[in-house]
Every structure is written in C-alpha cells, then in structure tokens.
Design a protein around this ligand. Structure first.
Ligand code: PHE
Ligand code: NA
Length: 454
C-alpha cells in the first residue's frame, strides 16, 4: 500500500505545490541561461527545438517524476527504490536517485556562483554603481568581478547560507514559507519587467531574433543543448521535482498541475529573452556573448533609462529570488535523504550539504581566475560542470525515469496516480513516455556522439 504522507510534511494545498515547483523551475535557467544559449545557438531555430523538447520530453517526464515522488512519499533515492519494489522490480532503481543527487551537487556548485554574481549586482544597483554606464564599462565591471576570487567567494558564501537556512526549516517552516513570500514578489517583478521590455523601443528586433526560424543555424550540438536545457529549466532528471511531488496531496491532479508549471517556466524564459535581446541590439552588443550577456547588457540599459536605478535593483532582486527558490529545490532531495536514512536533523543535514556545495563552488568560481588554465575537454571547471549536468546527467536521468515510469511501473500504479479524467490523455501520456521521450533523448545523444567521434 502506498504511504499516505511523507515524514517530512506536506504542502498545505495544491497551489502551494504549484508555486513551490514553479519556484524550483523558474530560476537562473530562464533569465540568465536561456537568453545566452539561445544567443549562442542562433536564436529562432534553437528556440523552436527547445519548445518541442519541453512539450514532448519535459512535460511527460515531469508528470512521471511527480507521480513517482507522490507514490513513494520519500526522498528520490528511496522513492525510486520503494516504487520499484511495489511494481515487483529490483531496488537498484535507487541508482537513478543517486545519480540525481550527484547532479544536484554539481549544479548547485556553479549555480551558487552565478547567484553570487546576482547578489553582487543587487548591491551594485542599490549603491548606484551602474548609473550612466557604457557597454564597455559594464563589461569591465563584470570582468573585474570574475577576476576577483575574494569578492566572488563572499557572495557565493552568502548565497549558500540563505539556502541552508530555508532547508534547515523543513518543508512547512522552510520551503513553504519561502515560497509564500518569494513567489508572489517574483511575479509582480516579472510583470514590471515585461512592461519595460515592451516599451523599450527595440522590441521587434528582439522578437525577430527569438522567433525567426532559420534551420541552417541548427547543429546537432545545438539540439543537444536545447534538450539539456529543457531538463535544466524544468528541474528534471535529478529528483527536485520528485522530492516536491512527494509532499503533494493525494487528490490533486498531476497533469494539470504540471502543465501550469511548465507553462509558467516557458513564459518566464521567453519574457527574459524578449527583455534582453532588444537591449543587446539597441547597444550593438553581441547576442552570442555567453554567460556575461545578462550581466553586461542589462546594467547598460538600466543605467541609461529614467528610473533605471530602481528598475535595475528590482530586476536583480527578482533574479535573486528566482535563483534562491531553485537552489532550495536542488538541496531538498539530499536533505530529505539524510533525514530519512541517516536520521539527521534538518539543521544538520542543511549544514552538511551546505559545506559540500560551498566547497565545490570554490572550484567553479576559481575557474574564472586562479584556475582558469585548468581545463577538461577544453572546458574550465565552471563550463564543465554546466555541460556535464545539463547536457549529460539530466537527460540521462530523465531517460531512466521515462523508462521506469513507462515500462517498469505497473499500469495500475501510473493510472492510479495520474487519475486523468480522460482515458485518451492517459494513453497519450503512456505512449509518449514509453516511446517518444526515451527515443528523442537516445537519438540526440547518439547523433552527438557520432558527430564528435566522426
Ligand atoms: N530549473 C532551475 C532553473 O531554471 C535550475 C534547476 C535545475 C533547479 C535542476 C533544480 C534542479 O534555473
Ligand atoms: Na527554469
């Protein structure tokens, strides 16, 4: 018999689950990463492939994660094992949870560094560091920050601490409370940003760049990046959504909830792109500028617009909130496991995980300065951690989750958890999760490997 409730607690209602999972999904992936990888990969065609990946791979796999989590009612590692047993299979499926936990560490380590940049920019906007700035000076400020390991360390540390504090509070006094405060503010700020982006004057150029379809821009590598980003942006393939699903009410509908989360996440990414690219073109900046895109273009724009000081501050505050709620979800699977399996208190679990990701983060932040020459496969530690997690570990984790949900869980289990009102929709989900999602991931992997070896 499936358990009624997780020992860690439960979301107060369905809306809290939607908000919390949206908090996990909406993060640096949407506002920082999506615009810059779309820029590096040519815009429109990339965006289209990304949208397909969200639809055919992301949404069905998110439904699977939530259903596994809610059925298992434990941390991802233990829920995978438990649901495998329930379906009459081997407990080694817990390995998928383990790989996810490792991916979570790796992601956190570079995520926290970028979040640290955001905190620095909140402070910088607050004290007027970017008033009347040219793009060259903005570039200098950003590169100066990257070159300064001590400053990076301070902000990285601060970010790890605020995440630890929430994790230490547990599901209701930590995660849920943060969600209730931060998410409404995030939406209000996003709305302000959207209005600003539409009034910026270069909106149509930004629109063209994002939605102009030119298939010649596309490579198999770009397709892999789009697929990897679909996982990253929806927090899939590593257990975050599974952990959040384990606190979900038994009666709440999984399908509709997941659709809402995915739609919100996609909306935020598109709005971020539509806000950033017009400014890029207005200032003759390079859309392929890479990770610095948001940190160089936006301060320039804010520095020149009336009231930009306040808007810039609010913007980076919003990004900070988004990063915070996402990082919480990166740590939750590990924390839940430590509490369940080793009997640790939440506080100890948070401290232990915090120290580990803090230390790993030092590796990521030093790769912009002291250890810049240290490369693996031509990538710095920062780039490698990003590549390894988003493009390899998350799609691989998602592939296993799809196979598990589609082929190993019993039909009765998935039908019971999804309890979709129409049999047609259940069939569609099952068809996609058994064939379409796994094949898409496998084919994209295979073609990339082939191209790299050939
Ligand atoms: N989805 C988050 C973002 O877009 C990142 C994330 C990935 C969070 C994986 C949790 C798990 O920023
Ligand atoms: Na996201």
């Amino acid at each position: 018999m499936p358990r009624k409730q997780s020992i860690h607690g439960a979301w107060t209602n369905r809306w809290i689950f939607i908000l919390a999972a949206t908090g996990s999904a909406v993060g640096l992936g949407n506002i920082w990463k999506f615009p810059y990888i779309a820029g590096e990969n040519g815009g429109g065609a990339f965006v289209l492939v990304y949208l397909f990946c969200i639809l055919l791979v992301g949404i069905p796999i998110m439904m699977s994660e939530v259903l596994i989590g809610r059925r298992g009612r434990q941390s991802p590692i233990n829920s995978m094992r438990e649901t495998a047993y329930e379906a009459g299979h081997h407990g080694r499926w817990a390995g998928v949870g383990w790989m996810g936990a490792l991916a979570g560490f790796f992601i956190f380590s570079f995520y926290s560094v970028v979040a640290g940049w955001v905190l620095y920019y909140i402070a910088g906007m607050g004290v007027g560091k970017f008033v009347d700035l040219g793009s060259e000076q903005a570039g200098q400020i950003f590169n100066g920050l990257l070159a300064d390991p001590e400053t990076l360390l301070i902000w990285h540390t601060l970010f790890v601490v605020i995440v630890m504090m929430v994790i230490a509070g547990g599901v209701n006094k930590g995660l849920e409370r943060a969600t209730r405060v931060l998410m409404p503010m995030l939406f209000v700020l996003l709305f302000v940003l959207l209005a600003y982006s539409i009034s910026s004057g270069y909106f149509s150029q930004g629109w063209d760049f994002m939605f102009h379809f030119d298939p010649s821009e596309l490579s198999w590598n770009a397709v892999l990046v789009a697929l990897g980003h679909a996982f990253f942006t929806l927090s899939l393939g590593m257990g975050s959504i599974m952990a959040y699903g384990s606190y979900m009410g038994k009666k709440d509908s999984i399908g509709g909830t997941v659709l809402a989360i995915a739609a919100l996440d996609t909306l935020v990414a598109l709005v971020a792109g539509l806000a950033i690219f017009p400014i890029v073109f207005a200032n003759q900046l390079d859309p392929g500028a890479g990770p610095g895109l948001m940190f160089i273009t936006l301060p320039v724009a804010f520095g020149q617009m009336p009231g930009g000081q306040v808007f810039g501050f609010l913007f980076f505050l919003m990004v900070g909130f988004a990063a915070w709620t996402s990082a919480i979800s990166l740590m939750e699977p590990g924390a839940a496991w430590l509490v369940e399996t080793l009997g640790m208190s939440r506080v100890r679990a948070a401290l232990l995980l915090g120290v580990v990701v803090w230390a790993l983060g030092i590796l990521a932040l030093s790769s912009f300065n002291i250890t810049a020459d240290l490369t693996l496969l031509g990538m710095t530690a920062f780039d490698f951690l990003d590549f390894l997690t988003a493009n390899i570990m998350l799609p691989l984790g998602g592939l296993f989750i799809a196979i598990f949900a589609g082929w190993y869980l019993t039909r009765e289990m998935t039908e019971d958890e999804l309890s979709l009102r129409s049999a047609l929709i259940y069939h569609a989900w099952r068809l996609v999760i058994r064939y379409v999602s796994p094949l898409a991931v496998a084919v994209i992997f295979a073609l990339n490997l082939y191209q790299k070896l050939a």
